[in-house]
Design a protein around this ligand. Structure first.
Ligand code: SAH
Ligand code: SF4
Ligand code: F3S
Length: 466
């Protein structure tokens, strides 16, 4: 997962065939939620809902929520407050909480916010139409039971027309002691290779240039699918899938996230080095630089194994960028153990690290431990780590100065309409002049050679070269 801090508001397209009123979706959390929101927006549009121009006049408001940390969970309650007030004067307003808070809280969410019409867990995203028809019958609906996710028959309403997310595995079977995801996302469910391929072929026909394969623990892909090769090797791994989908015409770039160090194989690195469309970026969370902490987190690898993976990547793919996730102040983390994390950040030299202070979550083992770290230490450690991450990211970025990078233009820079923005193959956000020196005007979807002339910790700027 690239970021759990982001939050985006979703607007749908017009559809006036069968006008049911207007909708608004606000999405919190990771790309899994964003991909679910795109599918739910697609369902609403097929049902005849149209885009609302803001959330305070929509007829249907859906919050797709995240509960990875307490501050993520609390956001939804403040958003709901405004809608609950509206519902007093607009009784037909449909109010929906979807996603991970919905799954975690279930019925107790209805007790806390009785104005809600529908509380639906992530496994029920594709069932939105059925659930809404129950709401239309006057019921208050809770859909949080374990559910076999049906192959998606609806067309997602995608946020971008250039880069598309493709879920390949839902859920997570790990049991990291701090993490709420397995309890809210359920057991791993891999999609079949054929339907993944079909979805990507459809995207390619619509003009998409880049796809990101998604899963909470993407290396687990295929474990629940049949298939053992003649040599006894499991087929249908992530690596097999990459070979299987690689040659789809029109798709120029392939990414995948999130990787778990425990399952990351040399075979996967070799595939990434061999297959030209696979981008040179790896997001592999390490969480802590100390083996004892990793053990208490139940991560299932040592920091030495983690470093071996990174060195293997850098041997085969020297230009690769590497990003990660880290938690500071896990229960019982000593000052020396925290320093081990800082040392790993320095030694590896990450291109980006998503950092967070440990947050105790419901139904997770470590939340009940007595060795919780005081708030002021959490804040101090997070600040120290963030400063280091910024410095290392800027140092890493200096390698781009005066280099020519391939950037896939995604959209106009919202702050400067003379510029386009996109990402390098290594996933670095890059801004560049829309107009080339010879007055050619680039547009979203173009793959542009850009000479980098400015670097910042988390983005680059450059000029297109012909
Ligand atoms: N499946 C991915 C990450 C899932 S959650 C993995 O295994 O790495 C995204 C990130 O949120 C995690 O990598 C972790 O750094 C952070 N996170 C998860 N639970 C947390 C908690 N209780 N407190 C603080 N950060 C947490
Ligand atoms: Fe959470 Fe661990 Fe699963 Fe990642 S692998 S989602 S951190 S339980
Ligand atoms: Fe948040 Fe659920 Fe993703 S808890 S990080 S939205 S899986």
């Amino acid at each position: 997962m690239i970021s759990t801090k982001s939050q985006s508001s979703y607007k749908g397209l017009d559809n006036s065939l069968n006008n049911r009123g207007s909708y608004w979706i606000t999405t919190f959390g990771c790309q899994m939620n964003k991909a679910d929101s795109e599918r739910m927006a697609g369902i609403l549009q097929e049902m005849g809902y149209q885009e609302a121009d803001n959330e305070l006049n929509a007829d249907l408001v859906l919050y797709n929520t995240c509960t990875i940390r307490d501050n993520a969970e609390q956001k939804v309650y403040s958003y709901l407050g405004r809608q609950v007030l509206r519902k007093k004067t607009t009784p037909n307003l449909k109010l929906i909480v979807a996603g991970c808070v919905a799954q975690q809280e279930g019925e107790s969410l209805l007790r806390r916010v009785p104005e809600l019409d529908l509380v639906m867990g992530p496994q029920h995203a594709n069932r939105l139409e059925t659930l809404l028809s129950q709401v239309d019958n006057g019921q208050q609906v809770i859909a949080t039971e374990e559910h076999q996710i049906l192959e998606d028959l609806t067309t997602a309403r995608r946020d971008s027309e250039i880069c598309g997310w493709v879920n390949i595995i839902y859920g997570c079977n790990e049991r990291c002691t701090y993490c709420v995801v397995p309890s809210v996302r359920g057991k791993e469910q891999s999609r079949k290779p054929l339907s993944i391929k079909k979805e990507i072929e459809d995207l390619a026909k619509k003009g998409f240039k880049e796809i990101t394969l998604l899963g909470q623990n993407i290396d687990a892909y295929g474990r629940d699918l049949p298939g053992i090769s003649a040599s006894g090797r499991r087929e249908n791994t992530l690596t097999d899938l990459l070979y299987y989908i690689h040659d789809i015409p029109g798709i120029e770039r392939i990414r995948f996230a999130t990787s778990h160090p425990r399952y990351f194989t040399n075979r996967l690195i070799e595939a990434c080095a061999t297959l030209p469309k696979i981008c040179e970026h790896f997001h592999i969370p390490f969480q802590s630089g100390n083996n004892e902490v990793l053990k208490r987190m139940s991560r299932g690898y040592t920091i030495e194994k983690y470093k071996r993976i990174i060195y293997q990547i850098r041997t085969l793919i020297p230009e690769a960028s590497v990003s990660s996730d880290v938690i500071v102040a896990f229960p019982g983390e000593t000052e020396a153990q925290f320093k081990n994390t800082l040392d790993v950040v320095k030694e590896i030299g990450f291109d980006q690290v998503n950092t967070a202070a440990y947050s105790p979550r419901p139904n997770t083992p470590s939340a009940t431990w007595s060795n919780q770290i005081p708030e002021e230490i959490k804040v101090a450690r997070l600040r120290e780590l963030n400063l280091l991450v910024e410095t290392t990211a800027k140092e890493r970025n200096s390698r781009y100065l005066n280099k020519v990078e391939e950037v896939l233009a995604e959209k106009l820079n919202p702050k400067d309409s003379n510029q386009l923005m996109g990402r390098t193959r290594t996933n670095r956000l890059t801004f560049f002049q829309k107009q080339s020196a010879r007055d050619y005007s680039y547009k979203p979807g173009d793959l542009v050679k850009v000479r980098i002339n400015q670097i910042r910790p988390f983005s680059l700027t450059g000029l297109p070269i012909e």
